[in-house]
Design a protein around this ligand. Structure first.
Ligand code: IPM
Ligand code: MN
Length: 371
């Protein structure tokens, strides 16, 4: 199979983690006889520095003419300190989501038994936790009309949803539930918000088409609490843009590290794959960032290309590194490996250069010396 992949390394740790993900994709291509061609594009703070805009037209064109986009992360602290900044790195990502019509952001929450001790939750609560969040990504308060008055004493963000916008992601979420445990939870704030009441109405109507799927409705404040009290109750969570942003970060910590989790953003044509984590500027350039979120995002890309076996091979390599403790500092402070070494080990596993009995001594030598 031949695929054109746009790669946006972005800011902070983005370049380091995407480098690993690309190496993993190359290893898969070599093993299975595929050809992945990469075209690099700039976005975020680095694009602002170079061109003055967060998503240059050339980058957008590269993405539009590719089969998929692999994104590292974007964001820089210098913009966080200035709320009045007119150009911001996030604008690039939001524009890209809108232009590619990436209306569904899919964030699977998978727990690894070998990392349970890192979770802030008790092990008992974590057993059998496995769910996926379907977050609407191109509507709601993120994209509604924004206003600020002249003397900057009043501001507003409109939250708008249409039936069509809700239906298209709800269908995907129902279909996902059918393939999983047939349970779907709509998270909203229907006791207060008109948009949430529309979500409920539309989802109730769609539920008639998917009679096998049991639908529950939760207010977002309660959902935030339930994620901590009893996360195993969830199978597929469906929610609007901003609730999904907040709940997916909360859900991500259940796994022990935000650095582990991938996401896929699906639209009408080119899909985008990126780790859930941000640009983590404090770690940039230090070769310590966890590349697993980016690598698992590449695995989701392979799934999207219907390369299921290939995706499984990547996931197996990830599990192997986690089980054997070949992990970055966020997962083990005392015994850590660098970003690039974890990448090399993943590649070794995928290309079957690791014998079945792991040569620990050899790998020990690659252990990180950075403290
Ligand atoms: C995410 C991020 C983005 C969002 C930011 C960077 C605009 O937090 O992908 O979750 O809020 O959607
Ligand atoms: Mn977020």
């Amino acid at each position: 199979m031949k695929k054109k992949i746009a790669v946006i390394p972005g800011d902070g740790i983005g370049p380091e983690v995407t480098r690993v993900a690309v190496k993993v994709l190359d290893a898969v291509a070599e093993e299975f006889g595929h050809r992945f061609e990469y075209q690099y594009a700039s976005m975020g703070a680095e694009a602002i520095d170079k061109t003055g805009t967060a998503l240059p037209d050339a980058s957008l064109e590269t993405c539009l003419s590719s089969d998929a986009v692999l994104l590292g992360a974007i964001g820089h602290p210098k913009y966080d300190k200035d709320p009045t900044a007119k150009v911001r790195p996030e604008q690039g990502l939001l524009k890209l989501r809108r232009e590619l019509h990436l209306f569904a952001n899919i964030r699977p929450i998978t727990l690894y038994p070998s990392l349970q001790h890192l979770s802030p939750l008790k092990s008992k609560l974590l057993e059998d936790v496995d769910f996926v969040i379907y977050r609407e990504l191109t509507g709601g308060i993120y994209f509604g009309k924004k206003e600020v008055n002249e003397d900057y004493t009043e501001a507003s963000d409109m939250c708008v949803y249409t039936k069509v916008e809700i239906e298209r992601i709800a269908h995907l979420a129902f279909q996902a539930a059918r393939k999983r445990s047939n349970r779907l939870t709509l998270v909203d704030k229907a006791n207060v918000l008109e948009t949430s009441r529309l979500w409920r109405k539309v989802v109730q109507q769609l539920a008639l088409i998917y009679p096998k799927v049991q639908v529950d409705y939760l207010y977002v404040d309660n959902a935030a609490m339930q994620l901590i009290l009893n996360p195993k109750q969830f199978d597929v969570i469906l929610t609007e843009n901003m609730f999904g942003d907040i709940l997916s970060d909360e859900a991500a910590v259940l796994s022990g590290s935000l650095g582990l989790l991938p996401s896929a953003s699906i639209g009408t044509s080119t899909a985008l794959f990126e780790p859930i984590h941000g640009s983590y500027p404090q770690a940039a350039g230090k070769d310590i960032a966890n590349p697993i979120g980016a690598v698992l995002s590449a695995a989701m890309m392979l799934d999207h290309f219907l390369l299921k076996e290939e995706a499984e091979v990547v996931r197996a390599a990830v599990e192997w590194t986690l089980q054997n403790g070949f992990v970055t500092k966020d997962l083990n402070v005392e015994n850590s490996y660098s970003t690039s070494t974890v990448g090399e080990l993943l590649v070794d596993h995928i290309t079957q250069h690791i014998p079945s009995a792991v040569n620990h001594r050899n790998i020990e030598l690659r252990k990180s010396t950075i403290i």
